[in-house]
Design a protein around this ligand. Sequence first.
Ligand code: NDP
Ligand code: 2IT
Length: 446
Amino acid sequence: MIDERVEPFYDEVARRNPGEVEFHQAVREVLESLGPVLAKYPEFARHKIIERICEPERQVIFRVPWRDDRGEVQINRGFRVEFNSALGPYKGGLRFHPSVYLGTVKFLGFEQVFKNALTGMPIGGAKGGADFDPKGRSDTEVMAFCQSFMTELFRHLGEYTDVPAGDAGVGVRESGYLFGQYKRVTNRYESGVLTGKGTDWGGALVRTEATGYGTAFFANEMLKAQGRSLDGMTCVVSGSGNVALYAIEKVHHLGGRVIACSDSGGVVVDEKGVDVSLLTQVKEVERGRLRDYAERRPGVRHLEGGNVWDVPCDIALPCATQNELTGRDARALVAGGCTLVAEGANMPTTPDGIRLLREAGVAFAPGKAANAGGVATSALEMQQNASRDSWTFDYTEERLADIMAGIHALCYETAEEFGVPSDYVMGANIAGFLRVGRAMVALGLV
Ligand code: NDP
Ligand code: 2IT
């Protein structure tokens, strides 16, 4: 339930941002945690921190014209929402997907502010993207789109200003075309302006793996706090993109077994444990479908249009997209014996889903804590670029594991301090808010 102290702030956000339902949802979830914070620290109300934190510092919307392989002109819409820079330069990914609109980018940017604060690194929050669909597009078309997108976006970026990275639909290929165009139009080899770069041209080792690895580390920390471990656990992961792939790999390293994953076409059930190298070949190298994975691996079932949450498991990691795990799915997970959910995607669980999981006693970690390993490793990439250095895989992975353990401890301890033990939603929202809010008070009315 939303506290009566914060209800008016929510109503105002809904009124000022009509139709942006995902943004309303993300704001509501954070505000629901803040009643006790306002009671304990009246200075936040005096400085109107809640009203200010819900209003992006800057929003850019632009036309992206480009020509496809048939010579036809295409027009897309590009976005960058620079949400908050109290803790550092704006930082957050770019998403290319046909469903992207202002409400998507604002919800992601808002989440990013708190997530980045939880990492403890000097990064503000932002998000961007376009309603461009890379599926079925040739390399030439993707390059034409990226170059046009950056021809506008570059003027808003800079290693001390705003530092994008990838998100759904934007991987190392797109980052290359984006960085190349930035370099060309600015005449600067400014490595730190973009993270998730290729490791041959300034990218950090482990950044590609970091979000998925970090989510598995976080789930393991939650289990440790309960005196358990991933060893011998069965796990279900939604999606089969960047985050899903490396979450699966790390769950296997930590002794668990991922028996199902999905894409927008369906589900594969692979009781022996998903074969990560075959999945990488099919999804990343060939840009194929999960159906193709099932065809090449004996004994694997492909359920066209199936629901991954119907597969009984101990642990569920939603790693595909927002609102993909509903109340109905939460009931199915509980009925199947699931005791832990950690979000690799951003806001994958609906409010109803979260409520049902918590009522059933399922340990639940929100994305802003559990998937923060991606952006944290982006900040490590910025550090390496700034010092013209590059670290080894093992050293960087150790740093990532430490950062995830630190975020877990911060959420856990904050929940205890506010009298809601083991509530990672409250712990993450309150700890993130306190870091950003305190910096905003210190920096004055800007
Ligand atoms: P990718 O584009 O690499 O992969 C997305 C995956 O999700 C694909 O397998 C896609 O299937 C699948 N998917 C999309 N919609 C659905 C759906 N409705 N049902 C089932 N599967 C679906 O994206 P990422 O892995 O990078 O991102 C996934 C999530 O993680 C997003 O919420 C993103 O914001 C979040 N995230 C990403 C980070 C990163 O570093 N990349 C960092 C932190 C969070 P298909 O191929 O069929 O489209
Ligand atoms: O949602 C996210 O945290 C990301 N897509 C990664 C952002 C980043 O800047 O690495």
